[in-house]
Design a protein around this ligand. Structure first.
Ligand code: OAD
Length: 260
């Protein structure tokens, strides 16, 4: 892939730009996880994810929703970050003011940064904002207490040890508000950054989708990396279409590993 020279010098600047990367399900696709809007398989093929990820669905049939998340937790088990996740770690090594905002609930960004933390120290660890929660955390649907242990393979939905309420995954469902502190931090990062990457996201779910526009309106350079064009493409300063696990490592190489 050929990257424009002005983009390379912007990222290489001696006073590094303040950078934000917003990621979506496409980033995890090369790890073997289906994107949100891909068709589901097997038992779950008859449902649209939008019809399962909602408080109404949980109220209607909590066991169905619990089982769907148990299935997704199982799918995430054994899955590893891919070259795209690691390229973002490489970017963080070169850009001290780097905020990673993800809509993914799979925890793979954390895992990629953890691998690096274990092997070499990053000068400054980037903040990772999980806008839609994390599938590995489970909490009470009534009193919000987090559960340390629970059974996935139970006859009925496990209950909270404090109040007896039904347990649920600590993720954001359609129609629910995003965690306020995470959203505020994401908006602030988007409004004050110099460079904003939108990676592997269809850009149709609010408020995450509006972050790129907030950055653009404040004068940031917006770069899209996605398998296909999205509603953001025409507004972005640069758009690269293909796999993030290929494009991002190539970009890191072009910016920081080449002298030309
Ligand atoms: P989507 O499934 O809507 O979009 C994934 C995007 O990634 C698509 O545009 C694909 O073309 C692209 N893609 C697929 N494979 C790719 C690859 N290897 N490299 C780069 N791009 C690739 O997922 P999200 O945009 O993350 O929220 O969906 C946003 C939110 O919608 C989710 O977090 C979820 C859902 O509603 C909630 O559950 C609250």
């Amino acid at each position: 892939m050929n990257f424009p020279a002005e983009l390379i010098s912007l990222l290489r600047r001696s006073r590094a730009p303040k950078l934000v990367a917003l990621t979506g399900a496409g980033v995890s696709q090369e790890s073997g996880l289906r994107t949100f809007r891909d068709a589901q398989t097997g038992l779950w093929a008859q449902y649209k994810p939008e019809d399962l990820a909602s408080p109404q669905a949980f109220r209607r049939d909590p066991k169905l929703i619990w089982d769907w998340y148990a299935w997704r937790r199982e799918a995430v088990k054994g899955v590893r970050p891919n070259a795209g996740h690691y390229a973002l770690v490489d970017i963080a090594k070169h850009i001290p003011e780097f905020t990673l905002i993800t809509q993914n609930v799979d925890g793979l960004h954390h895992m990629a940064f953890q691998t690096l933390r274990d092997s070499e120290s990053l000068k400054v660890l980037p903040s990772i904002i999980e806008l839609h929660g994390n599938i590995q955390r489970v909490r009470c649907s009534e009193c919000y207490t987090f559960a340390e242990v629970w059974g996935d393979d139970t006859e009925s939905v496990p209950r909270c040890s404090v109040c007896g309420g039904l347990l649920r995954p600590d993720v954001v469902w359609f129609g629910e508000a995003l965690p306020r502190d995470q959203l505020e931090a994401a908006v602030e990062a988007a409004r004050t950054c110099d460079v904003f990457f939108s990676i592997g996201t269809s850009g149709v779910v609010q408020p995450a989708a509006s972050l790129a526009h907030a950055a653009r309106n404040r004068g940031a350079v917006v770069i899209e990396v996605n398998a296909e064009p999205t509603p953001l493409t025409s507004k972005a300063n640069y758009a690269f279409h293909g796999k993030s696990g290929e494009i991002l490592p190539e970009l890191v190489k072009a910016v920081w590993l080449n002298d030309t």
